[in-house]
Design a protein around this ligand. Structure first.
Ligand code: SF4
Ligand SMILES: [Zn+2]
Length: 142
């Protein structure tokens, strides 16, 4: 399957489609993807990730991630809390002030949406917004 890694919500036992079975060969296709641990509906479950896939423990481990902009490879970017970043938007970068045609947006920040030209500039902003939080699944692109 061409995706950003096999450890995604689509194969996670916490996804109610999988009824507690990791890499379930027969997920319940009649059920909408829903994370019973975090209470979220990932829009693209095969492109959404978190460390609890690996820990298989109910203690929340770090943020949720999605596959960010394709920049010579797949990169995981953390959600802004429970807000999923939107991709492939145009705008002006919050960090470098450059206009872009294919970037990242956080739509629900108070006031204007926060827009970013690249995974790196989004992550710089995310780190300031989440002091003391770690996003180890994102560190590969830094
Ligand atoms: S958010 Fe994490 S725990 Fe929830 S279904 Fe996705 S990988 Fe599993
Ligand atoms: Zn930028």
């Amino acid at each position: 399957m061409p995706n950003g890694g096999p450890d995604n919500c689509g194969t996670c036992g916490f996804n109610r489609r999988n009824r507690g079975i990791w890499r379930n060969p027969q997920p319940d296709e009649t059920v909408t993807a829903y994370c019973e641990l975090r209470g979220i509906h990932p829009t693209g479950d095969h492109w959404t990730y978190c460390e609890n896939w690996h820990t298989r423990m109910r203690k929340i481990a770090g943020p949720v991630y999605k596959s960010g902009l394709y920049e010579g490879g797949y990169h995981r970017i953390p959600w802004h809390g429970d807000v999923e970043p939107e991709l492939n938007v145009s705008g002006t970068c919050h960090e470098c002030r450059q206009p872009f045609d294919d970037g990242i947006s956080i739509p629900t920040v108070e006031g204007a949406p926060a827009e970013f030209c690249s995974n790196r500039h989004y992550f710089q902003w995310w780190q300031r917004q989440h002091p003391g939080e770690e996003a180890p699944m994102s560190h590969g692109f830094l």
